[in-house]
Design a protein around this ligand. Structure first.
Ligand code: CP
Length: 341
């Protein structure tokens, strides 16, 4: 895993893990400059950035395309298996089945046309041990001669997490906050990239993070250890509870997200059966928000209304989800301006 890493001659943005609190704040401040219009630089003038989507997207795709345009550049959008060839990522693979092109050639060819490559590749939720190390994203980073930007992988969504940190600072000011990341019931298991990256970035920024989830829905052990280490450096804290009501007492930020259990990768029907007991209980509603310290409500979107969050909460003044989505544009412009010179 590497963050905004000066591994010459290329730098990648794969997660926030190796960025300092100072570097994260610099990116947020740069995003603020773009948002206010004080920074109107065009570092991509006359250049192109490839955006590779293995999965659907609204915010990421639109904000990256608009951001590249506003930085003076051109976006080349590709969908492996749709608008480009199916892709193999495994080193040494014998490609005698359904995959037409290897990531090795794919990224090196794109690197001759484009100054960076963004890639979205969700977890397949099939094999936890394989997917937890982000094999497709890391194959892109391994073979690429230009910067790779993670637009959501199996384990991380750092552009979203940086946006979330910017939005908290914009709404509540600098300084530590009580931030609650709450699991929510959803009819099917979802990837863990958003909660992983949100939790990590919150601790890196020095917030007091409470992760609330039912038993059996813990985040990755190694990531939890990394967060504990980060908390000791940044003055933040990380706690885990299965008591959502207790977690919300005094919260200043409520971040709702559903994710699948790593115990049930490859067996979604077991996860669906397990989580059925939480329907109607693990939802952010008006009663839960009333326990907080006038918290803002956050979600990365898309969100299922009256499943993850009630209409009464998402339509209330506490909800910042649209501003949060807007900030994707400004943060990603800051990331591209930092990576591409
Ligand atoms: N939050 C987010 O990444 O949205 P999309 O999946 O629509 O890109």
């Amino acid at each position: 895993m590497c963050g905004l890493k000066a591994a010459q001659p290329k730098m990648h943005f794969l997660s926030t893990a190796e960025l300092s609190k100072n570097q994260l704040n610099q990116l947020i401040e740069s995003a603020g400059q773009f948002k206010s219009g004080r920074d109107q630089s065009k570092p991509l003038a006359g250049r192109s950035v490839a955006l590779v989507f293995f999965n659907p997207s609204l915010r990421t795709r639109a904000s990256m395309q608009v951001g590249i345009y506003e930085l003076g550049g051109n976006a080349v959008v590709l969908e492996p298996g749709g608008t480009s060839w199916t892709l193999e990522h495994r080193a040494g693979a014998v490609m005698d089945t359904d995959k037409t092109e290897h990531v090795a050639e794919f990224v090196q060819v794109l690197g001759r046309y484009c100054v960076a490559i963004g890639v979205r590749t969700f977890a397949a939720l099939q094999n936890w041990q394989e997917e937890r190390v982000d094999p497709i994203l890391n194959a892109f980073a391994k073979y690429s001669e230009v910067p790779i930007i993670n637009l959501e992988s199996a384990m991380h969504h750092p552009c979203q997490a940086m946006t979330d940190m910017m939005t908290i600072r914009e709404k509540l000011g600098v300084g530590k906050k009580k931030v609650v990341l709450s699991w929510a019931w959803h009819p099917k298991p979802l990837p863990m990239a958003v909660p992983n990256s949100f939790a990590l970035a919150a601790v890196q920024m020095g917030h007091d993070l409470v992760i609330a989830h039912p038993n059996g829905y813990a985040l990755d052990d190694e990531l939890m250890e990394a967060m504990t280490d980060q908390a000791s450096e940044t003055g933040g804290s990380v706690n885990v509870t299965a008591d959502i009501d207790e977690a919300l007492d005094g919260a200043e930020v409520v971040y709702a997200k559903s994710w699948g259990s790593k115990d049930f990768y490859g067996a979604p029907e077991k996860d669906i059966a397990e989580r059925a007991q939480y329907r109607g209980k693990w939802i952010v509603d008006e009663q839960k928000m009333a326990r907080t310290n006038s918290a803002i409500f956050m979600h990365c979107l898309p969100v299922r209304r009256n499943v993850i969050v009630t209409d009464g909460v998402i339509d209330s003044p506490a909800s910042v989800v649209i501003d949060e989505a807007e900030n994707r544009l400004h943060v990603q412009k800051a990331i591209m301006a930092r990576l591409i010179h």
